[in-house]
Design a protein around this ligand. Structure first.
Ligand code: GAR
Length: 191
Protein backbone atom coordinates (compact mmCIF):
# COMPACT_ATOMS: atom_id res chain seq x y z
CA UNK A 1 0.00 0.00 0.00
CA UNK A 2 1.27 3.47 -0.93
CA UNK A 3 -0.04 6.08 1.46
CA UNK A 4 -0.33 9.54 -0.09
CA UNK A 5 -0.61 12.94 1.60
CA UNK A 6 -1.78 15.99 -0.33
CA UNK A 7 -0.77 19.53 0.64
CA UNK A 8 -2.90 22.34 -0.79
CA UNK A 9 -3.62 26.00 -0.07
CA UNK A 10 -6.57 26.97 -2.24
CA UNK A 11 -9.48 25.75 -4.30
CA UNK A 12 -8.16 22.23 -4.55
CA UNK A 13 -9.46 21.18 -7.95
CA UNK A 14 -6.26 19.21 -8.49
CA UNK A 15 -6.54 17.68 -5.03
CA UNK A 16 -10.08 16.53 -5.82
CA UNK A 17 -8.99 15.09 -9.17
CA UNK A 18 -6.19 13.18 -7.42
CA UNK A 19 -8.53 11.89 -4.69
CA UNK A 20 -10.97 10.62 -7.33
CA UNK A 21 -8.23 8.96 -9.39
CA UNK A 22 -6.71 7.06 -6.47
CA UNK A 23 -10.09 6.06 -5.05
CA UNK A 24 -10.22 3.64 -8.00
CA UNK A 25 -6.63 2.37 -7.61
CA UNK A 26 -5.98 -0.62 -5.41
CA UNK A 27 -2.65 -0.20 -3.64
CA UNK A 28 -2.99 3.55 -3.06
CA UNK A 29 -4.71 5.52 -0.36
CA UNK A 30 -4.97 9.29 0.09
CA UNK A 31 -4.53 9.42 3.86
CA UNK A 32 -4.97 13.12 4.48
CA UNK A 33 -5.22 16.59 2.96
CA UNK A 34 -3.00 19.08 4.78
CA UNK A 35 -3.85 22.75 4.36
CA UNK A 36 -2.31 25.98 5.60
CA UNK A 37 -5.39 28.16 4.93
CA UNK A 38 -8.27 27.56 7.39
CA UNK A 39 -11.06 28.53 4.96
CA UNK A 40 -9.61 27.05 1.77
CA UNK A 41 -12.19 25.31 -0.42
CA UNK A 42 -9.95 22.24 -0.70
CA UNK A 43 -11.09 21.31 2.82
CA UNK A 44 -14.71 21.05 1.63
CA UNK A 45 -13.68 18.96 -1.35
CA UNK A 46 -11.72 16.51 0.84
CA UNK A 47 -14.63 16.13 3.27
CA UNK A 48 -16.92 15.23 0.36
CA UNK A 49 -14.74 12.15 -0.23
CA UNK A 50 -14.27 11.41 3.49
CA UNK A 51 -10.56 12.18 3.31
CA UNK A 52 -9.33 13.48 6.68
CA UNK A 53 -8.05 17.06 6.70
CA UNK A 54 -5.68 19.01 8.85
CA UNK A 55 -5.05 22.74 8.99
CA UNK A 56 -1.63 23.82 10.24
CA UNK A 57 0.37 26.99 10.76
CA UNK A 58 3.93 27.85 9.81
CA UNK A 59 5.43 26.98 13.21
CA UNK A 60 3.79 23.54 13.18
CA UNK A 61 5.03 22.95 9.62
CA UNK A 62 8.63 23.76 10.55
CA UNK A 63 8.64 21.80 13.81
CA UNK A 64 9.84 18.24 13.08
CA UNK A 65 7.84 16.99 16.08
CA UNK A 66 4.51 18.06 14.61
CA UNK A 67 3.73 17.76 10.87
CA UNK A 68 6.70 15.53 9.98
CA UNK A 69 6.00 13.26 12.92
CA UNK A 70 2.33 13.01 11.94
CA UNK A 71 3.22 12.15 8.35
CA UNK A 72 5.47 9.38 9.62
CA UNK A 73 2.94 8.10 12.14
CA UNK A 74 0.31 7.96 9.38
CA UNK A 75 2.71 5.84 7.31
CA UNK A 76 2.95 8.44 4.53
CA UNK A 77 5.05 7.17 1.62
CA UNK A 78 4.60 9.99 -0.86
CA UNK A 79 3.66 13.69 -0.65
CA UNK A 80 1.87 15.71 -3.34
CA UNK A 81 1.85 19.50 -3.48
CA UNK A 82 -1.29 20.49 -5.38
CA UNK A 83 -1.55 24.26 -5.37
CA UNK A 84 0.44 24.52 -2.13
CA UNK A 85 2.15 27.86 -1.66
CA UNK A 86 4.64 27.51 1.21
CA UNK A 87 8.22 26.37 0.93
CA UNK A 88 8.58 22.87 2.40
CA UNK A 89 10.97 22.91 5.39
CA UNK A 90 14.23 20.91 5.25
CA UNK A 91 13.08 18.51 7.99
CA UNK A 92 10.42 17.24 5.56
CA UNK A 93 12.41 17.42 2.29
CA UNK A 94 15.25 15.50 3.98
CA UNK A 95 12.89 12.84 5.31
CA UNK A 96 11.19 12.41 1.89
CA UNK A 97 13.91 12.60 -0.81
CA UNK A 98 12.37 12.01 -4.26
CA UNK A 99 9.07 11.41 -2.47
CA UNK A 100 7.55 14.88 -2.78
CA UNK A 101 6.20 16.20 -6.08
CA UNK A 102 4.82 19.60 -7.05
CA UNK A 103 2.85 20.82 -10.04
CA UNK A 104 3.65 24.21 -11.48
CA UNK A 105 1.39 25.94 -14.04
CA UNK A 106 4.14 26.91 -16.53
CA UNK A 107 7.20 25.51 -18.23
CA UNK A 108 9.95 25.63 -15.60
CA UNK A 109 12.64 26.87 -15.25
CA UNK A 110 10.78 29.88 -16.72
CA UNK A 111 8.14 31.61 -14.60
CA UNK A 112 9.05 29.89 -11.34
CA UNK A 113 10.37 30.97 -7.95
CA UNK A 114 9.00 32.84 -4.97
CA UNK A 115 5.75 34.68 -5.69
CA UNK A 116 5.17 32.81 -8.94
CA UNK A 117 1.95 30.96 -8.32
CA UNK A 118 -1.53 30.76 -9.80
CA UNK A 119 -2.63 33.82 -11.76
CA UNK A 120 0.73 35.58 -11.22
CA UNK A 121 2.29 32.93 -13.43
CA UNK A 122 -0.28 33.29 -16.19
CA UNK A 123 -0.07 37.11 -16.08
CA UNK A 124 3.71 36.93 -16.48
CA UNK A 125 3.47 34.46 -19.38
CA UNK A 126 0.98 36.74 -21.18
CA UNK A 127 2.99 39.91 -20.45
CA UNK A 128 6.06 38.28 -22.01
CA UNK A 129 4.13 37.48 -25.20
CA UNK A 130 4.84 33.75 -24.99
CA UNK A 131 3.28 31.56 -27.67
CA UNK A 132 3.34 28.47 -25.49
CA UNK A 133 2.83 27.57 -21.83
CA UNK A 134 2.07 24.35 -20.01
CA UNK A 135 2.73 22.39 -16.84
CA UNK A 136 5.77 21.11 -15.02
CA UNK A 137 5.70 18.27 -12.50
CA UNK A 138 8.91 18.10 -10.48
CA UNK A 139 10.44 16.71 -7.33
CA UNK A 140 10.54 19.11 -4.40
CA UNK A 141 13.65 20.28 -2.61
CA UNK A 142 14.13 23.11 -0.10
CA UNK A 143 14.06 25.81 -2.82
CA UNK A 144 11.07 27.01 -4.86
CA UNK A 145 10.41 25.21 -8.16
CA UNK A 146 13.95 23.90 -8.64
CA UNK A 147 13.85 20.13 -8.06
CA UNK A 148 14.40 17.65 -10.88
CA UNK A 149 11.72 17.79 -13.56
CA UNK A 150 9.70 14.60 -14.02
CA UNK A 151 7.23 15.64 -16.72
CA UNK A 152 6.18 18.62 -18.83
CA UNK A 153 3.29 19.14 -21.24
CA UNK A 154 2.59 22.20 -23.36
CA UNK A 155 -0.42 24.14 -24.60
CA UNK A 156 -0.71 27.15 -26.90
CA UNK A 157 -1.11 30.70 -25.65
CA UNK A 158 -3.77 32.31 -27.85
CA UNK A 159 -3.75 35.97 -28.93
CA UNK A 160 -6.93 36.84 -27.02
CA UNK A 161 -6.06 34.89 -23.85
CA UNK A 162 -6.64 36.39 -20.43
CA UNK A 163 -5.03 34.97 -17.27
CA UNK A 164 -8.30 33.12 -16.65
CA UNK A 165 -8.59 31.50 -20.10
CA UNK A 166 -4.94 30.47 -20.01
CA UNK A 167 -5.35 29.11 -16.47
CA UNK A 168 -8.31 27.01 -17.62
CA UNK A 169 -6.26 25.49 -20.48
CA UNK A 170 -3.37 24.76 -18.11
CA UNK A 171 -5.74 23.23 -15.55
CA UNK A 172 -6.98 20.77 -18.18
CA UNK A 173 -3.38 19.61 -18.70
CA UNK A 174 -2.98 19.26 -14.94
CA UNK A 175 -6.08 17.11 -14.60
CA UNK A 176 -5.05 14.94 -17.55
CA UNK A 177 -1.49 14.21 -16.41
CA UNK A 178 -0.83 14.83 -12.72
CA UNK A 179 -2.49 11.71 -11.21
CA UNK A 180 -0.78 9.32 -13.63
CA UNK A 181 2.64 10.95 -13.07
CA UNK A 182 2.11 10.73 -9.30
CA UNK A 183 1.24 7.05 -9.63
CA UNK A 184 4.37 6.28 -11.64
CA UNK A 185 6.66 8.27 -9.34
CA UNK A 186 5.17 6.74 -6.20
CA UNK A 187 5.59 3.23 -7.60
CA UNK A 188 9.31 3.92 -8.10
CA UNK A 189 9.86 4.50 -4.38
CA UNK A 190 11.06 1.52 -2.34
CA UNK A 191 8.43 0.00 -0.07
C1 GAR B 1 -2.68 24.96 -10.07
O1 GAR B 1 -2.78 25.51 -11.37
C2 GAR B 1 -1.24 24.71 -9.73
O2 GAR B 1 -0.44 24.39 -10.82
C3 GAR B 1 -0.83 26.03 -9.16
O3 GAR B 1 -1.93 26.44 -8.40
C4 GAR B 1 -3.13 25.98 -9.02
C5 GAR B 1 -3.99 25.37 -7.96
O4 GAR B 1 -5.28 25.09 -8.46
N1 GAR B 1 0.36 25.91 -8.35
C6 GAR B 1 1.27 26.88 -8.27
O5 GAR B 1 1.16 27.96 -8.83
C7 GAR B 1 2.48 26.52 -7.42
N2 GAR B 1 3.54 27.45 -7.64
P1 GAR B 1 -6.26 24.13 -7.65
O6 GAR B 1 -6.27 24.62 -6.18
O7 GAR B 1 -7.59 24.30 -8.27
O8 GAR B 1 -5.73 22.74 -7.74
Amino acid sequence: MKNLAIFASGSGSNAENIIRYFAEKPGFRVKKVYCNVPDAYVLERAKKYNVPTQVFNRAEFRNPDIILRQLQEEGTDFIILAGFLWLVPPCITNAYPNRIVNIHPALLPAYGGKGMYGHHVHEAVLAAGEKESGITIHYVNEHYDSGDIIFQATCPVLPDDTPDTLAARVHELEYAHFPRVIEEAALQTPA
